[in-house]
Design a protein around this ligand. Structure first.
Ligand code: KG4
Ligand code: ZN
Length: 341
């Protein structure tokens, strides 16, 4: 089975073709970072319009790169939600329209399920069950995953997501948007222990997170130190990253302990963070557990994870649906998605 995947939930247009027998055949991505840079964040209307411009050329490129044709596509998977309403509508309408014209079925995919399954897009994927740490720009969740479509939320953020905390902190350090990767590169040059920031909810006894206070603590720190030494911001970035990573690592290990599971899977944009990876590697190794990450290019939004999630859903027995009527679901929770399928 060949599944074409379409992702357009935020500021990346992603298209990919996945074959259940031969794996990922091709994928293409267009990032809108440059388009939104001047505004310091994603402008929804500009995002929607750009998705419209990019989808057809990206589909053509994926078909050419995989030496495939639309006739050879068995189903079209697309991100139905959550995300920006207009941006989602573009992908939904495009996928359903194309599938209708081709007489092929569609597979609406929950964006977080795409992230969640993306670490399985490797030569040696983890087996179920596993604990998943999902850390993206919009979400931070710990989940117990027992199979495709079988996700139990253990805990989640009560305010800012991990990626959002990275982006907001980067912004207040003058690093531009989205600043997560830039902030983490700056943190590599900083020294641990120069500044001590709070570890929010580290001892809350549950699997929930809260990162809004951490960002405010950075703001207070920067305001109270009229320092001009060149490595001041690097030390602040390091303190922020150390605090956030410590909370993510300790809660992930606690989730492994709580569930008795031995496998941890990390997904989402913050999963690209090297400090997080190093700390998780060490902590899981100490326990004799194992950890999986997505390929670097599949940590942030992409079409490959949507095509793959569509293919995994088919393989797990969730039926594709006839193309035609559709609704974007900007505020769709993973819990609702699991309960409905
Ligand atoms: O998964 P994703 O594309 O977003 C959502 O679906 O919400 O992840 C984007 C997020 C942004 O907040 C970005 O700053 C963050 O991932 N990010 C990073 C790194 N690379 C991307 N955060 C920390 N360290 C990185 N290396
Ligand atoms: Zn995402």
């Amino acid at each position: 089975m060949r599944v074409l995947g379409i992702e357009s939930s935020c500021d990346e247009t992603g298209v990919a073709l996945h074959d259940t027998e031969h794996g990922l055949l091709a994928h293409a991505l267009h990032s809108q970072v440059a388009l939104h840079a001047d505004y310091g964040g994603v402008v929804p209307e500009l995002a929607s319009r750009d998705h419209i411009r990019r989808l057809v050329p990206l589909v053509r490129r994926v078909l050419a790169d995989s030496q495939s044709t639309l006739d050879a596509v068995d189903a079209i998977a697309y991100t139905q939600g959550p995300g920006l309403a207009g941006a989602l509508l573009v992908g939904c309408a495009f996928a359903e329209g194309l599938a209708s014209a081709l007489g092929k079925p569609t597979i609406p995919v929950h964006h977080l399920e795409g992230h969640l399954l993306s670490p399985l897009l490797t030569a040696e994927p983890p087996e179920f069950p596993f604990v998943a740490l999902l850390v993206s720009g919009g979400h931070t969740q710990l989940m117990a995953v027992s199979g495709v479509g079988r996700y139990q939320t253990l805990g989640e953020t009560l305010d800012d997501a991990a990626g959002e905390a990275f982006d907001k902190t980067a912004k207040l350090l003058g690093l531009g948007y989205p600043g997560g990767a830039t902030l983490s590169r700056l943190a590599e040059r900083g020294r641990s222990g120069v500044f001590d920031l709070p570890r929010p909810m580290l001892h809350s006894g549950d699997f929930n997170f809260s990162f809004a206070g951490l960002k405010t603590a950075v703001l207070t720190l920067v305001r109270n130190h009229a320092e001009t030494r060149p490595d001041f911001h690097a030390d602040v970035a390091r303190a922020f990253q150390d605090a956030l990573v410590e909370v993510l690592v300790k809660k992930s290990i606690a989730a492994l302990q709580h569930t008795g599971m031995k496998r941890l899977v990390v997904a989402g944009g913050v999963g690209a963070n090297l400090a997080l990876r190093a700390r998780l590697d060490a902590a899981t190794r100490r326990r004799g557990d194992r950890v999986w990450y997505p390929e670097m290019e599949f940590c942030t939004d992409n079409g490959a994870m949507i095509a793959f999630a569509g293919a995994m859903r088919l393989a797990a027995g969730f039926p594709a649906r006839p193309a035609g009527a559709f609704a974007a679901r900007p505020r769709w929770s993973l819990r609702e998605c699991v309960e409905a399928s």
